[in-house]
Design a binder for this molecule. Structure first.
Ligand code: COA
Length: 237
């Protein structure tokens, strides 16, 4: 494996997902009360996505953001964004979040960030990781975050759009969001706008802060239907 100084990721030739995931020795850790499982990824296993870092102009505001891999120096900013979202109690299922839990939950696999090009600060992010172990590990899951100060400018849409080809380039064949709370209007709007298939509804899936029981929607995207490595906005319009 060669080393890429830009991303810190190692280069390896693309492998069919079945071969790739068959080679990885996933470990499943059960936690008592926080999540069903965490699928740990052996260190050093990363693809190089040659199109990152990438400048993107937000259609809504004409601001430029940079889509990039997560770096260790982003940890504090990203953790505080996640902690804020958890404390808001409206979107993620966790009711508490400390640094250790965050590292295991959010940083276990591949993580991407949107940076402000002027000061490199993190404006948004998403992780990509297998939603299931073993025989279903070709189906991934993602967790999106946009800093409260930068919401409703189109950053979330850019992240959702870029997530799809990135996930495909990482070797996944499908994307599954298990738990999009029915009150998470921004996420639902983005899933529908980007034509994710709405495949399920879990009744009373969350006890949200100040709202009580809320249903959750489930969305699937067949990544094998994406034709290009990197989609433009026009591809969905
Ligand atoms: C979901 C999230 C990533 C979206 O980020 P964002 O940068 O604000 O998203 P955008 O600005 O690209 O777009 C949001 C879309 O939702 C719409 N929207 C936002 N709030 C809405 C509301 N209350 N009702 C209806 N639509 C809403 C916006 O109008 C926009 O749609 P449009 O482009 O058609 O106008 C962000 O809100 C977030 O970080 N939330 C907390 C964490 C979270 O929910 N993560 C996902 C877990 S499933």
């Amino acid at each position: 494996m060669d080393s890429n100084p830009e991303s810190g990721a190692s280069i390896r030739p693309p492998l069919p997902p079945r071969v790739l995931f068959g080679q990885l020795k996933w470990q499943i850790y059960f936690t008592l009360n926080k999540m069903a499982y965490v699928i740990a990824k052996p260190s050093g296993e990363k693809y190089v996505l040659s199109y990152l870092p990438q400048d993107i102009i937000l259609p809504k505001t004409k601001e430029t953001i940079v889509l990039d891999w997560y770096r260790d120096s982003d940890f504090d900013e990203l953790f505080s964004m996640m902690k804020e979202a958890v404390d808001e109690g409206q979107t993620y299922p966790q009711d508490t979040m400390d640094k250790d839990h965050f590292e295991k939950y959010y940083l276990s696999h591949d993580v991407f960030v949107a940076r402000n090009p002027s000061d490199q600060r993190v404006m948004g992010s998403f992780y990509v990781k297998p939603n299931f172990p073993g025989r279903s590990s070709h189906i991934c899951n993602a967790g999106f975050l946009v800093h409260r100060d930068f919401r409703n400018r189109g950053i979330g849409e850019v992240l959702f759009r870029k997530y799809l080809p990135i996930a495909k380039d990482l070797g996944y064949e499908g994307s599954f969001f298990n738990l999009v709370y029915a009150t998470n209007h921004a996420s639902i709007r983005l899933c529908r706008k980007l034509k994710f298939q709405e495949i399920g509804r879990v009744p009373k899936a969350g006890k949200m802060k100040g709202l009580g029981y809320v249903d959750a929607l489930q969305f699937y995207y067949d990544l094998t239907t994406l034709k290009q490595d990197c989609l433009t906005f026009q591809d969905f319009d």
